[in-house]
Ligand binder design. Sequence first.
Ligand code: ATP
Ligand code: MG
Length: 352
Amino acid sequence: MKIAILPGDGIGPEIMAEAVRVLRALELPGMELHDGLVGAAAWRVHGHPLPPETLALMHACDALLFGAVGDPACDGLERHLRPEQAVLGMRKELSLFANLRPAKVFPGLEAHSSLRPEVAGAIDLMIVRELNGDVYFGEKGMRTTADGQREGYDIMSYSESEVRRIAHVAFRTAQGRSGRLCSVDKANVLETSQLWRDVMIEVAAEYPDVTLEHMYVDNAAMQLVRAPGKFDTIVTGNLFGDILSDQASMCVGSIGLLASASLGAQQTAFGTKGAYEPIHGSAPDIAGKGLANPVAMILSAAMMLRHSFGLEAEAARIEAAVAGALNAGALGADLGGTMGTREIGDAVLAAL
Ligand code: ATP
Ligand code: MG
């Protein structure tokens, strides 16, 4: 069980320290943690945000725990040297095509949601977003029309195999939850969405225990705010997933609570190889002050145990400890509390 520990920049090292303490407390046999540099931290030492040393480490490990990258000191650098390029490089290098983002309101935190507490209290959903295709990666450009205007274009496309592989991840995810999958598309107007829907229906035949439902993205956006408790697992393309997952995250209360997994097709001796990181960034405004909420990072470690190592019980233990600590008042400044990074880590460890 080799895990690459990549704290990155800003608050990355502070929150990673707490996640590592939690992992070590589980005393998992055979667990090895290997430190690596990424982002501005790597650029300072090696002159590149994703140096060969770090790439080699990523390939050698079974899973990656990733803090955050980004540093205002790098703003003037050429694009390929900017810290953010490390995330894109990692996803590309490891073909991580499935992004999983759970959104759940923890007991006791209902009032922090941007929704009414009684609506917020019911949220417990997982968004499975395709990460390697769609309009972001199609042909794009700027051209001149016959009447001399500039015209920008971005081609939206999905191949059957691209949809099929994300479909399998989504159906398996739904199997591990309540068995309800909602596929979000815009099949009434988009050919890509029609293909998406056809392939989802085809793959559904292999998962008789999962109930598949389809929803247009405009309706899904509305339902996420009106009745988010009705959703369990949502699968959608890159563009729709980008928007819906940020929308869902704000229903939870703080960006410091949300974890994510990025999975590919590669299987290790233990499970699916993947990278796990908070959805927030490096938060340079609070870096080095011990104020950052480490919960998103700790929950990312739990997702890693579940998806890359098949350690469901241990993952659930961490999640229960986090929920217990939060419910008992382990709140940082992001949630109107007074606890710092280390104190929140202590509270989670105590609950564990
Ligand atoms: P990026 O471009 O890397 O996503 P960003 O500028 O969009 O960065 P973040 O770095 O996520 O955004 O920070 C957004 C705001 O949320 C900041 O005010 C930051 O201090 C706060 N924030 C982010 N993560 C945390 C955390 N773990 N705990 C507390 N506050 C946080
Ligand atoms: Mg951001």
